[in-house]
Design a binder for this molecule. Structure first.
Ligand SMILES: [Cu+2]
Length: 149
């Protein structure tokens, strides 16, 4: 009980700037698919915004990819194509999911393989929340990812 009270006092003593900018972005279930060195791989996750202002995912980067692009998937006749998008809005008190067949990250130019069972880091850059680094779980390669650009 005493420890809890001390903890509460510690929070109250934090600088006002820290209280004014609570972490409003959380990332759930980040995952990717196995891929070889030099290849590309998708990145999937759900971004939740508990804040009262819209945020935007403006870019992403990873130490194991030459670059990471933000893509959307569009149906073009019988073919699913992927196109880069400028950013991914995350509504206030809402969430957005990056998933196969829809919005996703594209890791391009892998500098090493992504092997099933390991995790690989990716850093998300948000307009308001700044940088958030998560580890994506590498799942088995599947055939359902549209690969035409
Ligand atoms: Cu893509």
């Amino acid at each position: 009980m005493i420890a809890r009270r001390l903890f509460a006092l510690a929070i109250l003593a934090m600088p006002a700037v820290a209280l004014a900018q609570p972490a409003s972005i959380t990332v759930e279930n980040p995952w990717t698919r196995a891929a070889g060195q030099g290849m590309q791989g998708g990145g999937f996750l759900t971004i939740r915004n508990t804040g009262t202002a819209e945020d935007r995912l403006v870019s992403a980067s990873s130490p194991i990819a030459a670059r990471v692009e933000l893509h959307t998937s569009l149906r073009d006749g019988d073919v699913m194509r992927m196109r880069p998008v400028e950013n991914v809005p995350v509504p206030a008190n809402g969430s957005v999911s990056l998933a196969p067949g829809g919005l996703h990250m594209m890791m391009i130019g892998l500098t090493r393989p992504m092997n099933v069972g390991e995790t690989v880091p990716v850093t998300l850059h948000f307009e308001r929340a700044g940088e958030v680094t998560v580890n994506m779980a590498v799942q088995a390669a599947g055939a359902r990812m549209p690969m035409r650009h």
